[in-house]
Design a protein around this ligand. Structure first.
Ligand code: ADP
Ligand code: MG
Ligand code: MG
Ligand code: MG
Length: 673
């Protein structure tokens, strides 16, 4: 969750006074970094995952699965365990890191040091993830379990959903009708972020997720669990006054979104141009991977008609004022802003001629003063636009002790705005005083129930990132189509039922031919030497004047299966490309077998022979004996679902519709071959 600075946080009224100060110095800091590292070249592939967990407390007496709010104690314990381990282990293996997250019931873990491009690192991802999970699990209370579940089904539902119980009436930061103050990480940053988003917006956030109507769901649906008449805070009247829509699940606090768990991946690039190419290629993949990893159909005790968390988080941190949302003419504010701070990317940023100007076809407000300043300081047009677009936002949290910084050595003000632009992909400049290079973070995926699946998606993405660079792939399409895909991706069962815009011909004129038989031979038919590891620093050939087809002919509507597995003779699918890339590597039999087990999971999720996590969850609920076909997830269903999820992870419950037969569970070290 970005940086956690300590100090005295300022209220929104105070923070606002320093907004210009933060932006100006943020840009100064960016420019220092840019001038220092813009020509940095030759960084090797390093990459890493972030896995988020919710700690669930099982109350066997009440048959209730609740969120355990012991994050602070748990993190303190885990960090002392990890310290002891690293003293014991010396250099032998990397000790994981556990991080705080927004929800006081959440944990995040990352590998202690990033993976390299070695194939042994590649196939260690699952055991690395399992090791982290088992460490967390071992040091919790006996009835607490870290589960990787995207959205907790009964967060904000009536009754007791946290341990210990707290009354939502005390929600001073969010003013929520449903979530108590104590749901939020107590570190000053988080309650302040929550309160300042609400204050800046001028009202509580309001998320309305379409309800899934089952055979006995009342229609119209006026939610009986909304306390329509409660009013402790002025904003409480909002639900009654129209913020809560009929036929929807209404959520009114940051915790509903930022309390969701996800799976993120970060890749170090060779240099700035490679980072920018990768960033752009990841943009259209954001919604595709969101649909394929869809894992969150349940919210606030109800079944939603969507399968993903994305719009919930977007709404949960939407700090735009009414003017910025276009509901009132601009008076106090400068821009009409089409999207929340948490949303899909608005601009491609590569300078490669493949990135044609017409692909950046959405209306993107940007800070003109900053844009001019960046350009005058020698930053190129597209990167200046990218940064100036992020910099239309205000800082949300500022600590009084950190207002004045040394712009030569700090990136805090830059990161203040950068890290509260939560987009599907993030372009990350090297931090000061570190050996880290330019990085790109892929952020759209939902977390899966098991580390086998999480590793499979991580491995698929790192291989795909190499295929993109190795085969010089072109995935560009108009960014407004990517935005449309973001909405399509979240629909119920999009992975099976929907079609997505996708580029028809992903090869550039320089792409080597990549059918699996031909990628291993050169143009004269001689075998190419195989590479031993995943790497960076692929050549970018000088671009010939590629024939440019009319825009509408460049993309097509495809099912997820077609996007992943191929369409016609010319498009081999993302998996086909990954397999062709693997063919360029020297992979031993064992490694190959293991990699195939991961790719086969991805293939089966794409072709529907295995369900997405979201579909499996829906099926579980709808076939539960206590389900009344009224869209409600009661305490008993929730308890049994959480129990099942834990059993699936451990391998004691078989779910052949979700996982391959060979899946043996989290505590077996033998993999799933
Ligand atoms: P944030 O929360 O800001 O997105 P984290 O620190 O939680 O970032 O996670 C960053 C991920 O990047 C981790 O998986 C880590 O292993 C990985 N990582 C660390 N250093 C590098 C690097 N030089 N290149 C690529 N990835 C890295
Ligand atoms: Mg996180
Ligand atoms: Mg993180
Ligand atoms: Mg991250």
């Amino acid at each position: 969750m970005g940086l956690l600075s300590l100090g005295t946080p300022l209220s929104w009224t105070e923070t606002k006074k320093y907004a210009e100060h933060v932006r100006t110095h943020g840009i100064t800091q960016f420019l220092h970094t840019w001038n220092r590292v813009k020509d940095r070249h030759g960084d090797e592939l390093l990459w890493g995952d972030e896995v988020e967990y919710m700690v669930v407390a099982f109350d066997e007496v009440e048959k209730n699965a609740k969120l355990s709010l012991r994050q602070s104690e748990i993190l303190a314990k885990l960090s002392s365990i990890c310290n002891d381990l690293s003293e014991e282990a010396g250099e032998k293996f990397s000790i994981p890191t556990f991080h705080p997250e927004y929800g006081r019931y959440m944990l995040e873990s990352t590998p202690g040091s990033p993976y390299t491009g070695s194939l042994s690192d590649l196939i260690s991802v699952e055991s690395n993830m399992r090791y982290r999970r088992s460490l967390a699990r071992k040091h919790l209370k006996a009835h607490e379990i870290p589960i990787t579940f995207t959205s907790f089904p009964r967060l904000g539902a009536p009754g007791v959903f946290t341990e210990p119980y707290f009354d939502p009436a005390d929600a001073v930061s969010s003013h929520s009708l449903f979530l108590p103050q104590e749901i939020t990480n107590p570190h000053a940053r988080f309650p302040t972020l929550t309160a300042n988003i609400r204050s800046r917006r001028g009202s509580k956030v309001a998320i309305n997720l379409p309800l899934f109507f089952d055979s006995k769901t009342p229609k119209p649906f006026i939610d009986p669990t909304v306390p329509w008449d409660r009013s402790i805070y002025a904003e409480d009247a909002e639900a009654k006054n129209g913020a809560a829509l009929p036929d929807h699940i209404y959520m009114d606090a940051m915790g509903f979104g930022m309390g969701c768990c996800c799976l993120q991946l970060t890749f170090q690039a060779c240099n700035v141009p490679e980072a920018r190419r990768l960033y752009d290629a990841f943009v259209p993949l954001g919604p595709i991977m969101l649909a394929l990893t869809a894992a969150s159909p349940l919210y606030r005790g109800y079944i939603a008609d969507v399968d993903c968390r994305w719009n919930v988080i977007a709404g949960s941190v939407d700090d735009r004022t009414e003017e910025e949302r276009g509901l009132k003419p601009l008076k106090e504010n400068k821009y009409v802003i089409p999207k929340s701070r948490y949303d899909s990317v608005d601009l491609y940023i590569s300078q490669d001629p493949l990135n044609r100007p017409e692909y950046n076809d959405s209306s993107v407000p940007f800070n003109a003063v900053i844009y001019e300043r960046l350009k005058a300081s020698g930053v190129d047009d597209s990167l200046s636009k990218h940064v100036a677009h992020l910099y239309i936002r205000d800082p949300l949290v500022l600590f009084s002790e950190l207002i004045d910084q040394d712009d030569m050595t700090s990136m805090d003000h830059f990161e203040n705005i950068q890290s509260t632009n939560w987009q599907t992909v993030r372009f990350k400049p090297p931090p000061p005083n570190s050996s880290i290079g330019w990085r790109v973070e892929f952020r759209s995926m939902e977390v899966q129930l098991t580390d086998f699946e999480n590793a499979a998606f991580a491995i698929f993405m790192v291989l795909l990132s190499r295929a993109i660079l190795c085969f010089d792939l072109n995935l560009y399409m108009p960014i407004t189509k990517v935005d449309e895909n973001m909405q399509i991706a979240q629909k119920r069962d999009a992975a099976r039922k929907e079609k997505f815009y996708f580029r028809r011909n992903v090869f550039s004129s320089h792409s080597p031919s990549v059918t699996s038989s031909s990628s291993s031979v050169d143009e004269n038919g001689n075998p190419k030497p195989k590479e031993k590891r995943l790497r960076n620093c692929f050549d970018t050939p000088p671009r010939a004047a590629d024939l440019i087809e009319p825009l509408e002919d460049q993309y097509d509507l495809m099912t997820l299966e077609e996007i992943m597995l191929g369409k016609g003779l010319e498009y081999p699918g993302l998996l086909g490309l990954v397999r062709a890339y693997l063919d360029t590597l020297e992979v031993d039999g064992e490694t190959n077998k293991k990699l195939n087990s991961y790719l086969s999971l991805i293939e089966r999720r794409a072709n529907g022979t295995l369900l997405t996590t979201a579909s499996w969850i829906r099926n579980f609920v709808r076939s539960h004996p206590a389900y009344k076909f009224d869209s409600v997830i009661n305490q008993e269903i929730n308890f049994d679902l959480m129990t099942a999820v834990d059993q699936i992870e451990r391998g004691t419950r078989k779910e052949p519709s979700l996982l391959p037969e060979g899946y043996r569970g989290g505590f077996s070290d033998e993999g799933h071959l």
